[in-house]
Design a protein around this ligand. Structure first.
Ligand code: COA
Length: 446
């Protein structure tokens, strides 16, 4: 496909067909969102009855607009969509978002096929139908009808559910995860998940890609796109249970397919399947500012033996290894920990470990060529204050940027109560502001 979605996400001119003066209507909200966007483009509301809407001169039909139009948003009842599509073809529009519902998701395949026929061979890209549109936070354009402004960041989200997509915007804000683009794919008549993964792969504003899917249109293309992508691709796949699979078919008219096959295919392609949306955000936060893990050898640093063992088990269960330390590294760590313990991996810095021990041990492990990535963990042992531990990580990650200098990811993790939760909240906001570099989360012990 020669139309590579660049203009789709960065149009110079936009028309909203079905723009309305009535503030409750979707066509009103769509126009308003573009208007209040921090984005420069020509804007054309289309409505047969109005002269201006929201102060912008209005056109009776699309073909009345003399200038070129890069993107058209359609918000009229489904039965009117084919005639608007014909106008788009006449106007040589190359990008269309069909917000309207009433197509294959309710069994109206005939109408959806009609749209497909209209764009056949025309090099037109269509998002939807049955979509919320997209929010391009990186460039400041809101081409959706829904409220909510995401924080700017590097996670690009693709959602088959519009409502869940909106929920994800609010969750992302709450979790201090910054978003580059969020897009609702709806019925995926033309633009599919694989098209978007391909686009985000080359998008300099995207570091991590997250998807909520119910089904994919073309399994092979989906796998190939994930395989070709050198950025982390995180996937929440709904419809695990038979009742959930039944629900997907009435939501977007798609078949959920075998859950095991999806799991195997995502893994084989190099994607990461997430249990749920919260896990997706945790992973996105951990991955978006980190160098990729170059091997599978993990060094674990902790102030509690039990936490170290749990983390070791978790690593091994996920295909990572926790190797014994080399004599050189062990000797160095031995010098900074109390005599009552011997340095090992996991390295137990003992319950009263404070700033100095955490900082020194992490630096020693980072220098070890046999360690590919580091997990630094703290359990609220009742001696060391959580802020000492996080202070050490902040210094290494934020000021010294050691993860970049050594090209190794550093993951911070915590177990504790209120004191940790407050700290985690502060950290999330701090990290999102300027250095998304490690993953503050609370491990819930089994
Ligand atoms: N060209 C331009 N505008 C036209 C038109 C045409 N050919 N024909 C009608 N319009 C105008 C209408 O006059 C109306 O404007 P008005 O308020 O000034 O009268 C406007 O387009 C909208 O049409 P209306 O019939 O009032 O529809 P609506 O706004 O109530 O609903 C949809 C339209 C698309 C929002 C609705 O059909 C729909 O699909 N809703 C669900 C959308 C959704 O949830 N999508 C998925 C999200 S995840």
């Amino acid at each position: 496909m020669s139309n590579k979605l660049e203009v789709f996400f960065k149009p110079k001119s936009i028309a909203v067909v079905g723009a309305s003066k009535e503030s409750q209507k979707i066509g009103h909200a769509a126009l308003k969102n573009i208007l209040i966007s921090d984005y420069q483009c020509d804007l054309y509301p289309i409505n047969p009855h109005e002269k201006t809407i929201l102060g912008v001169p209005c056109y009776k039909k699309l073909t009345d607009v003399k200038n070129d139009i890069d993107l058209v948003l359609i918000s009229v009842p489904a039965k009117l969509v084919p005639s608007i599509m014909h106008d788009c073809v006449k106007k040589k529009v190359k990008n269309i978002i069909i917000i309207s519902s009433g197509f294959s998701e309710i069994g109206n395949h005939k109408l959806e096929d009609e749209i497909k026929d209209i764009i056949k061979g025309k090099n037109i890209r269509v998002l939807g139908p049955n979509t919320m549109g997209y929010k391009n936070a990186a460039d400041g354009l809101d081409a959706s009808f829904v409220f909510g402004t995401p924080r700017k960041g590097t996670l690009s989200l693709i959602s088959q559910s519009g409502a869940l997509g909106i929920g994800m915007i609010y969750l992302a804000n709450n979790e201090f995860v910054g978003v580059s683009k969020i897009i609702g794919v709806g019925n995926k008549l033309d633009i599919t998940d694989d098209d978007l993964i391909d686009y985000f792969r080359d998008d300099p504003d995207t570091n991590v890609i997250g998807l909520y899917i119910e089904a994919v249109k073309n399994g092979r293309a989906f796998m190939n796109s994930i395989k070709a992508c050198d950025k982390p691709v995180l996937v929440v796949k709904a419809g695990r249970s038979s009742a959930g699979a039944r629900a997907t078919s009435s939501h977007t008219g798609s078949m959920a397919g075998s859950d095991n096959i999806y799991s195997a295919a995502i893994k084989q392609a190099g994607g990461i399947r997430c249990r749920d949306v919260s896990e997706l955000f945790d992973m996105a936060r951990a991955l978006e500012g980190q160098p990729p893990l170059r091997g599978n050898r993990i060094g674990i640093i902790t102030n509690g033996g039990g936490l170290g063992i749990l983390l070791t088990d978790a690593c091994e269960a996920n295909g990572l290894s926790v190797p014994k330390l080399s004599k050189k590294t062990a000797d160095k760590i031995d010098k900074i920990i109390p005599d009552l313990v011997n340095a090992n991996n996991p390295a137990d810095l003992v319950a009263d470990a404070g700033f100095f021990r955490y900082e020194s041990a992490t630096k020693i492990m980072l220098e070890d060529p046999d360690i590919d990535g580091i997990i630094v963990a703290s359990v609220h042992g009742g001696y060391a204050r959580p802020r000492e531990f996080t202070g050490a990580i902040l210094k290494m990650v934020r000021e010294q940027r050691l993860h970049e200098a050594h090209n190794k990811p550093i993951l911070g993790t915590w177990v504790g109560g209120k004191e940790f939760e407050d700290l985690v909240f502060d950290l999330k906001s701090l990290i999102q502001k300027n250095f998304a570099s490690f993953c503050p989360q609370i491990i819930h012990l089994p």
